[in-house]
Design a protein around this ligand. Structure first.
Ligand code: HEM
Length: 411
């Protein structure tokens, strides 16, 4: 039965620390009330959208369902803390997820070509070298490690630092900021910091990078952004560093969580692992299935600009909607055997990267990273199994496993 307990559970970070519970909750919503008016205690109300087709219908209409001003689920207390921290400024950062058209289109265009497969292919040697370095580390650790904390969190961060042209010596600092940023409500991940402090720390870190790149252009995406123009004028520093914050934050734990959750899926499905070891060409499909399976981004919000009817419910202008990507990706009406990990699933038009004009700009990069990692890993590691209790990040926004102890043997 759907009641206030359901509404509280949707907003409660702890729900997402128990993946079975998360899928049960959203399965009930898909079945009993797929467009669900949700009023959790301590949160402004919103509609929870759980069906694949409805998420697409909403994301397809970017003028009727906009991103600003509510992009994700924050408690009322937290929202007022954010307002205080902004002290008169319109927002702490302003990048693609906070923008709507016409600005969104203008800013997306700046890096569009850079993130297309044709350009991502030029990074493949560097990516393969970083994947090799990660597996070298795994091998050097012997036959046991915490795969998430020892391996998975470093590799995508190093890829990001490479594309932004940042020095390796800054790695620990950036890692700390990202983890605080995405720790959500999880006390273990936040380590005393919170989203606001983490955003300020990001801004502090990136503030001078744009200026520096204008003086000394490099072959990196930070330079592409810093030297770009909007409406015929050089991009403002605020929008340039906001862009860096968006890339660094959106590009890191999404990919770490997918790689760690992807490995867990292979451990739980030894036949899939054997098939990929035997035929690495399947990795391209498997990388998509890993994103569907893990769905590390749990939601984004949209706000309706006009009344809109969907599944017999009327969304009012000004109402906000939580789009549940993990739920859309387990929708029985959209996927054959959605609760099975099928490495060569095809077609696989999952929502793990979102949909429409805001669909992830880093998706080709992310896919190349996942493929490069598992190509190296499966080529060198013969067997892998769980070596202890795993744990999931308690966050309603972005995350996956936060502890993944594994035992392995090297070929
Ligand atoms: C497996 C890894 C990844 C996943 C699952 C993922 C998922 C997502 C999702 C669900 C969205 C929101 C889509 C929507 O609103 O419809 C998004 C947006 C975005 N992602 Fe990713 N992402 C990943 C990797 C990356 C990487 C590597 C980068 C860049 C280096 C990146 C940069 C962005 C940016 C800038 C946006 C905002 C786009 C916009 O609002 O127009 N992501 N991503």
């Amino acid at each position: 039965m759907l009641d206030i307990a359901t509404d509280n559970a949707i907003a409660d970070h702890r729900t997402y620390g128990n993946v079975g519970l998360q899928h049960r909750l959203f399965g009930e919503l898909r079945r009993d009330d797929p467009v669900h008016w949700t009023q959790p205690q301590g949160y402004r109300p919103f509609w929870t959208i759980t069906k694949y087709a409805d998420i697409i219908e909403i994301e397809r209409q970017a003028d009727r369902f906009i991103n600003a001003p509510r992009t994700k689920l924050l408690s009322i207390d937290f929202e007022s803390k954010v307002r205080e921290a902004m002290s008169g400024k319109p927002m702490l950062v302003r990048a693609l997820p906070q923008m709507d058209n016409p600005d969104h289109g203008k800013y997306q265009k700046l890096t569009h070509a850079w993130f297309q497969p044709r350009h991502i292919r030029t990074l493949s040697e560097r990516m393969a070298a970083l994947a090799k370095e990660s597996v070298d580390r795994l091998v050097a650790m012997g036959n046991q490690c915490d795969f998430y904390n020892d391996i998975a969190i470093y590799y995508p961060l190093r890829v990001l630092m490479t594309i932004l042209g940042l020095p390796r010596s800054d790695e620990e600092r950036l890692l700390k900021i990202t983890q605080a940023y995405f720790g959500g409500g999880d006390p273990e991940m936040q380590k005393g910091s919170d989203l606001i402090d983490a955003t300020i720390a990001y801004v502090d870190y990136f503030k001078d990078v744009a200026r520096e790149r204008r003086k000394n252009p490099q072959d990196d995406v930070a330079t592409v952004i810093a030297t770009s123009e909007i409406d015929g004028r050089p991009i403002e520093d605020f929008e340039a560093y906001s862009y860096y914050v968006a890339l660094a934050s959106a590009g890191h734990d999404t990919t770490s969580a997918t790689i760690a959750g992807g490995l867990l899926a292979l451990i739980e499905n030894p036949d899939a692992m054997a098939r990929l070891q035997h035929d690495p060409e399947l990795l391209s499909d498997a990388a998509e299935e890993m994103v569907r399976w893990v769905s590390p981004v749990k939601h984004f919000f949209r706000t309706a600009t006009a009344d809109y009817d969907i599944r017999g419910k009327t969304i009012r202008a000004g109402d906000s909607l939580l789009l549940s990507y993990p739920s859309g990706n387990r929708d029985e009406e959209a996927f054959d055997r959605p609760f099975q990990f099928i490495p060569d699933r095809s077609p696989n038009r999952h929502l793990g990267y979102g949909f429409g004009i805001h669909a992830c700009i880093g998706r080709h990069l992310a896919k190349a990273e996942i493929v490069a990692f598992f190509r190296e890993f499966l080529g060198r590691i013969e067997r892998v199994e769980l070596a202890g209790a795993l744990a999931w990040t308690e966050t309603s926004f972005l995350g996956g496993v936060k502890r993944l102890p594994v035992r392995y043997s090297v070929r």
